[in-house]
Design a protein around this ligand. Structure first.
Ligand code: MSP
Length: 719
C-alpha cells in the first residue's frame, strides 16, 4: 500500500510555542490531510527536542529538573495542537515524539554504533575521538565559525551569536567527531541526482554552494561533566551525544528504528523515507548533516527536505522569543477562527520566502476572502436554496424550451462551460499544491469563488424567483453554486478542515462521505445529488471588527507580554522589562520627542494633557537603538547626524536637534529609544529616518536623552 511520512521539526523544550512553530505545524498538517484525502496511509510526526545545554539551563533557572522542564513545555505544545486542531483527535499528527523517551535512546545508540563502525566514502573511520576548541551557541545548539558570530565589543568578552545576539560558550574539551569532511562529494552527488531533494530550488542552491565551499568535521559529543542531559555515547558514558545528532535521529526512532516493538507498531520499513518540513534556519542540519549521518548508517535518504521562510516582524526581524517580537498563540486563538489563521498563513506567505505578520493583514484577509468571499458565497447559496427551493438542492437541467429565457437572463446554458472551468481550476490548484505553492493554489481556488459570485450577481436569482417561467434557470444557478461549494470543500479541506466540514454538513452531505477522504483529483461535476435536503444554514466567518479587535489585541498583548512570553524567565522578552499596564491612566505628560525641524531644532516643552487610547499609543513603533556614529552638520548648529542600529539590516540615519547640549562623542555606543515608524523627512539635505526620545527640561527645553540602565538588545520594542 501507498504510504507517506511527513515530519515537522521537533521543537526545543526550553520555551513556549509561538506563531513560527504553529506555522510549521500548519504546513505539515495541510500536507498530511491532502495525502489522507487521496487514500494514502500517512504518518505525521511532530514533537519536542528535549536535550542539551539550553534546556538544562532553562530548567536550572526555573528550578526544575530538565525532564520537568520538558514536561512543562510539552504541556504548552499539546495545548497548542489541541486548541488549533492539530492533534490526533482532530485528524492531525500521529505521534508527538519526545527525545526523552527510552525507545529513542535505544534507537539513537543503535545508529551511533553503526556509524562508529562505518567507513566514510574515502575509507576513513566515520567517527573518531579528538579535541574540540571553539565557540558554541546554546540557543542554536550549534558550533559557530568565525563568520557566524559577532566579534566581542570589549576585550575579554565572548563573541555573540548573529542569530540570537547572545554570548557564545567557549569549549575546549575532548570530543567525538563525525568525519563530515569526507562526505562532501557524496552529498553533492545526492543533490545532483535528486534536484528536488531540497526544495524550493533557491534553498537547494544555497545548500549546494555551502557544501562546495568545503565541510569541516562535526563535534558530535560533549563531556558529560559539561552537558549531562542527553543520550550517553555507547561504551563511553563520559560523553553525551551532541543534541542535533540525537534530535535528527528522532525521525527514524519514532517509527521503530532500533526498537523491535515500536517497529511492529508503526513500521520503519513501512514509512521511511520521510518528507521533512523545516524552517530555513535549520536547513543545514537537515540537508547536510542528516543525510551524511544516514549514509554512515547505511540507511535510505529522506524523501525530501522542504524549507519554509520565517515570519518576521514589520522591521524584517525573525520572530523569536529571544528578540521579544513573537505573535502569541493565546491572542491568535482568542480573536480568530483557526481556519482563518491557517488560511492566512498559507495564503499570505509565499511558501519558501519570509512573510511579514500583522494582525491588521490577518483581519483584512479574513474579512475579504473568508467573510465576504467563501463564507458569503456559502451562506447566500444555501439561504436561497432554503428560501426558493424549500431547502432541497434543485435540478441543474434547463429544458430546451427554456434555454432562450435562461440565456436572456445572463445564464450560460451550456453546463460544460462551468464544469470545464472548475475542472481546469482544480487541476491547476492541485498542480500548485504539489509544488507547495499554497498561496498560488488558494488564489486559483478563489477564482472559483469569484466566478460563482459573478454568476449570482449577473443572473439575480431573487429576480428569477419572481418569474414562474424562470424556475429552471433559478434552479440551475443554485445547483451550480451549491455544486461548486462541494468542490471547494474538497479542495480546501486540507487548509481549512473545520470550515469545509461545516459547509459540507450545511450542504446536507454529512451522511455522504467527507471531504477528509474525498480525493480532489476524482471530483466529478454533477455528483451533488439533486433532491439533497440541505442542513441548517449558519454563518461561517463572521466579519471581524478591525478597530475593536485591534484595541483588544493591543491591550491583551501587553498583558500577556509580561506574563506569557517566557518560561519562568528563561527567555524573558526585552519588552517585558518596560511593559506597563495598558489600563493605567496616563497621569504624566509624555516626554516630547526629538525630531528636528528646520525652524525649531530644539523642541519646546508642550505637555500632553489629554488622554489617548491604547490603540493610539500602539501606533507608535518604539525601539531600542544603539548610536553607532554621531557628527555635527556644517551650518546647522542645532543638528546632530546620527546613525543608529535598531536591529534592522541597515542602521537608520537620524537627525536630532540636540547639538547644543550633547557632544557627538558623548553619544557613541549609547542605547536610546527611537520612534521607528515616523515618516522619513529631509532636513538640510539629509533624510531623517526616525526620532529619538528625550526629556525636555526647564524653560529652554534642554533635551535629556532617554536611555536604559540595563542591557537591552538593539531593536527591542518599547511598549
Ligand atoms: N529543535 C530544533 C529542531 C530539531 S529537528 C530535528 C529547532 N527547534 S525550534 O523550536 O527552534 O524551531 C522549530 C521550528 O520552528 C523550526 O522549523 C523553525 O524554523 C520554526 N520557527 C521558529 N520561529 C519561526 C518564525 N519566526 N517563522 C517561521 N518559523 C519559525 O530548531
Amino acid at each position: 500500500m501507498n504510504t507517506f511520512y511527513v515530519t515537522t521539526p521537533i521543537y526545543y523544550a526550553n520555551s513556549l510555542p509561538h506563531l513560527g512553530h504553529l506555522y510549521t505545524m500548519i504546513v505539515a498538517d495541510t500536507i498530511a490531510r491532502h495525502k489522507r484525502q487521496q487514500g494514502i496511509e500517512t504518518f505525521f510526526l511532530t514533537g519536542t527536542d528535549e536535550h542539551g545545554i539550553n534546556i538544562e539551563r532553562a530548567a536550572q533557572k526555573a528550578g526544575r529538573t530538565p525532564k520537568e522542564q520538558a514536561d512543562y513545555v510539552v504541556g504548552y505544545y499539546k495545548k497548542m495542537t489541541s486548541e488549533f486542531g492539530l492533534d490526533t483527535d482532530h485528524g492531525g499528527y500521529d505521534i508527538f515524539m519526545r527525545t526523552s523517551e527510552p525507545f529513542h535512546y535505544q534507537g539513537v545508540s543503535e545508529l551511533w554504533r553503526r556509524a562508529a563502525k562505518a567507513k566514510t566514502p574515502k575509507g576513513n573511520d566515520a567517527i573518531y575521538k579528538g579535541h574540540y576548541e571553539g565557540w558554541f551557541c546554546a540557543a542554536c545548539a550549534a558550533y559557530k565559525t568565525e563568520d557566524e558570530y559577532a566579534k566581542p565589543k570589549a576585550a575579554g568578552e565572548p563573541p555573540t551569536c548573529l542569530v540570537h545576539e547572545t554570548p557564545l560558550d567557549r569549549i575546549s574539551e575532548e570530543s567525538y567527531f563525525f568525519r563530515l569532511s569526507d562526505y562532501a562529494e557524496a552529498l553533492l552527488a545526492l543533490y545532483e541526482s535528486r534536484p528536488d531533494f531540497v526544495r524550493p530550488e533557491s534553498r537547494n542552491n544555497e545548500v549546494t554552494s555551502f557544501v562546495r565551499g568545503g565541510l569541516q568535521d562535526l563535534a558530535v559529543s560533549r563531556l558529560r561533566t559539561a552537558v549531562s542531559w542527553g543520550v550517553p555515547v555507547p561504551d563511553d558514558p563520559a560523553h553525551t551525544m551532541y543534541v542535533w545528532f540525537d534530535a535528527l535521529i528522532n525521525y527514524i526512532t519514532a517509527i521503530g528504528f532500533g526498537n523491535e516493538e515500536r517497529e511492529r507498531v508503526t513500521g520503519f520499513e513501512k514509512f521511511w523515507p520521510a518528507l521533512h518540513i523545516v524552517g530555513k534556519d535549520i536547513l543545514r542540519f537537515h540537508a547536510v548533516y542528516w543525510p551524511a549521518f544516514l549514509m554512515a548508517a547505511g540507511l535510505d535518504q529522506p524523501r525530501g527536505i522542504v524549507a519554509h521562510g520565517m515570519w518576521v516582524d514589520p522591521n524584517g526581524r525573525k520572530m523569536s522569543k529571544t528578540l521579544g517580537n513573537t505573535v502569541e498563540l493565546d491572542v491568535l486563538n482568542r480573536h480568530f477562527p483557526i481556519d482563518a489563521i491557517r488560511y492566512f498563513c498559507l495564503r499570505d506567505m509565499v511558501f519558501g520566502q519570509d512573510g511579514k505578520f500583522s494582525y491588521e493583514a490577518l483581519i483584512d484577509r479574513t474579512n475579504s476572502d473568508l467573510a465576504s468571499g467563501l463564507g458569503n458565497l456559502s451562506s447566500r447559496t444555501l439561504t436561497m436554496i432554503s428560501r426558493y427551493c424549500n431547502g432541497i438542492v434543485p435540478s441543474s437541467v434547463i429544458s430546451e424550451d427554456k434555454l432562450l429565457l435562461a440565456k436572456r437572463s445572463g445564464v450560460d446554458t451550456d453546463e460544460t462551460t462551468i464544469s470545464g472551468f472548475i475542472e481546469h481550476a482544480r487541476d491547476q490548484f492541485l498542480q500548485q499544491f504539489e509544488t507547495l505553492a499554497f498561496s498560488r493554489s488558494l488564489e486559483i481556488a478563489w477564482s472559483i469563488v469569484a466566478r460563482m459570485d459573478k454568476m449570482i450577481s449577473d443572473s439575480k436569482p431573487w429576480e428569477l424567483a419572481k418569474d414562474e417561467n424562470q424556475k429552471q434557470t433559478l434552479s440551475a444557478v443554485l445547483y451550480r453554486s451549491a455544486e461548486s461549494l462541494r468542490w471547494l470543500c474538497v479542495l480546501l479541506y486540507p487548509i481549512m478542515p473545520t470550515a469545509t466540514l461545516e459547509i459540507w454538513s450545511q450542504l446536507g452531505l454529512a451522511d455522504s462521505g467527507s471531504p477528509a477522504n474525498s480525493d480532489p483529483a476524482k471530483l466529478m461535476w454533477g455528483e451533488l445529488p439533486e433532491g439533497t435536503a440541505i442542513g441548517e444554514v449558519k454563518p461561517l466567518f463572521p466579519r471581524i471588527e478591525k478597530g475593536k479587535t485591534m484595541a483588544e489585541i493591543n491591550g491583551q498583548e501587553q498583558e500577556t507580554g509580561a506574563a506569557g512570553g517566557s518560561v519562568h524567565g528563561v527567555h524573558a522578552t526585552e519588552a517585558d522589562a518596560v511593559s506597563t499596564s495598558p489600563n493605567a491612566p496616563q497621569t504624566k505628560p509624555a516626554p516630547p520627542m526629538q525630531h528636528a525641524t528646520e525652524a525649531d531644532a530644539v523642541p519646546g516643552t508642550e505637555g500632553v494633557t489629554n488622554f489617548i487610547d491604547i490603540t493610539d499609543f500602539t501606533k507608535v513603533d518604539l525601539r531600542v537603538g544603539e548610536v553607532l556614529t554621531a557628527e555635527r552638520i556644517p551650518k546647522a548648529d542645532k543638528l546632530l547626524l546620527l546613525t543608529v542600529d535598531i536591529g534592522e539590516e541597515k542602521p537608520r540615519q537620524i537627525l536630532a536637534g540636540i547639538a547644543q547640549y550633547y557632544e557627538p562623542e558623548q553619544l557613541l555606543g549609547r542605547k536610546i529609544a527611537v520612534v521607528a515608524n515616523l515618516k522619513p523627512r529631509k532636513l538640510r539635505g539629509f533624510e531623517s529616518q526616525g526620532m529619538l526620545l528625550a526629556a525636555s527640561v526647564g524653560d529652554e527645553g534642554k533635551p535629556v536623552i532617554a536611555t536604559f540602565t540595563e542591557d537591552v538588545p538593539n531593536g527591542a520594542r518599547l511598549k
